[in-house]
Design a protein around this ligand. Structure first.
Ligand code: ADP
Length: 436
């Protein structure tokens, strides 16, 4: 029998023996009364302890565990042990939490924890300053109620958090934030905000500088080029060396003009104020005209083929898309030896994506170069690019135009076999007659 039951039955057992003794001395009635009173006393003691336990349970933190004796002493001492352990664990958790809070407060980034309904659960001081929040007052508030910029509300609603969002903060004049959401746990989200005002300022300065330099260079270049052409046309220019020098000067100034034009095109594309025209683009017509241009560049050295699997039209800027598609066709001709084939393809996927691609059977590109091709002035083979009149800016222009149309540039290539450059448009870029 366990210790508990032994101790439980000791008292009634001895009481019973004493009652037998009373019976022998004074008779049955006094013995029964004696036994009953003993049991009642015991019951009263239990009830008193139970009442003490009940009162303690109402607010265990405010008072010590009650004193008692016997079985109840064991129970209370166990409870005491548990409460002390519980208190110690709580203190440890609070200390760990405080440390976490101190660490996140020291972060240069703003951090906000959002629940499944985008309500604020917690935020650090940097986030308070970024979004104008109050870490105590705004807990439980909907974040979109406090940060109301439409692009931010849309970013949260779209649930596509692969890329960060650039946000112009209205509360602080000129502040630019980079905001990113990270999903974690069950339906929780971490909103990270970074102040990129300085970075944006430098980036704007760089853009303005390139645009200004290109603009300033354009006029003198046009003048020099004009004079070179006039001199070349002079009938009495006999000196062979002068003729050769003028020819080289003409070639180089021509190259510089193309370079300046490409730099200006890039600056225009990068300018956020320069919004995309929403025109109806007849892709198949455009492809036919690009084949014509490709053929004249190729001078009959390449085979051209059109694969038109969709009649869809695009919604976008005709001139920009002509420039992007044209760049890909020009590259295909320039990087494909004579006798090769260039295929222009237009099709749509089951999910509505629209794909324009240019496939060539040319020199191809080694895998390590592919991720860097859209960087300005990045060329796999500098001399080949120059020989064929490249500026190293073509694919950077293509990428920018794609981004402006929410499209993606995809490059698949195998060295020595050929390349396929595709621009993949989202379904929302399809022209619907309702757009007109
Ligand atoms: P470039 O004026 O030098 O052609 P681009 O930006 O158009 O500049 O292209 C960058 C580089 O990508 C090129 O220098 C070339 O090495 C590579 N490239 C582009 N298109 C092709 C292609 N169709 N086949 C092979 N290489 C290509």
């Amino acid at each position: 029998m366990s210790d508990f039951w032994q101790r439980t039955f000791v008292y009634p057992f001895f009481l019973f023996l004493l009652a037998l003794l009373v019976w022998a001395v004074a008779g049955a009635l006094p013995a029964a009364s004696f036994f009953a009173i003993g049991i009642l006393l015991r019951l009263f003691l239990h009830l008193r302890n139970l009442n003490a336990l009940d009162r303690w349970l109402v607010d265990p933190e405010a008072q010590d565990v009650p004193d008692a004796s016997g079985l109840w002493e064991d129970v209370f001492s166990q409870l005491n042990k548990l409460t002390r352990q519980h208190r110690k664990e709580r203190q440890q958790h609070a200390a760990a939490l405080q440390q976490m809070e101190q660490a996140t407060s020291a972060l240069p980034e703003g951090v906000v924890i959002l629940d499944e309904a985008d309500r604020i659960e917690w935020c650090n001081p940097v986030a308070e300053s970024h979004f104008g929040l109050d870490g105590e007052r705004d807990i439980g508030q909907q974040i979109t109620y406090l940060a109301r910029q439409p692009e931010f509300v849309q970013y949260l609603a779209l649930h596509n958090f692969a890329d960060p969002l650039k946000l112009r903060e209205m509360r602080h004049e000129g502040m630019v934030l980079s905001v990113k959401l990270i999903a974690y746990g069950s339906n929780k989200r971490l909103l990270i905000s970074r102040d990129i005002t300085q970075f944006e300022r430098v980036e704007t300065m760089r853009r303005d500088f390139v645009a200004n330099v290109s603009h300033e260079l354009r006029t003198p270049l046009t003048v020099v080029n004009g004079f070179v052409e006039t001199l070349q046309d002079m009938p009495n220019l006999e000196n062979d060396m002068a003729r050769r020098a003028l020819q080289l000067m003409g070639e180089q100034t021509g190259r510089m003009e193309i370079l300046v034009d490409d730099l200006l095109t890039l600056s225009r594309l990068e300018n956020a104020q320069n919004v995309v025209q929403e025109e109806k683009v007849e892709v198949t017509e455009l492809m036919r005209s690009l084949v014509g241009e490709g053929q004249s560049l190729s001078k009959g050295q390449h085979q051209f083929r059109l694969e038109i699997a969709s009649q869809a039209q695009l919604r976008g800027s005709i001139s920009e898309l002509r420039s992007a598609f044209g760049n890909l066709v020009t590259n295909a001709v320039r990087y494909t030896p004579s006798g090769g084939e260039v295929v222009l393809c237009w099709k749509e996927a089951a999910d509505g994506h629209l794909r324009f691609s240019v496939k060539d059977s040319g020199i191809g590109i080694a895998p390590q170069h592919i991720p860097r091709l859209t960087e300005r002035f990045y060329r796999v083979d500098r001399s080949r690019s120059r020989e064929t009149g490249g500026t190293g800016l073509g694919l950077a222009i293509v990428k920018h135009i794609a981004i402006r149309h929410q499209a993606q540039l995809e490059i698949v290539s195998e060295e020595g076999k050929g390349s396929t450059f595709s621009i993949v448009f989202p379904a929302k870029r399809r022209w619907l007659e309702a757009n007109s």
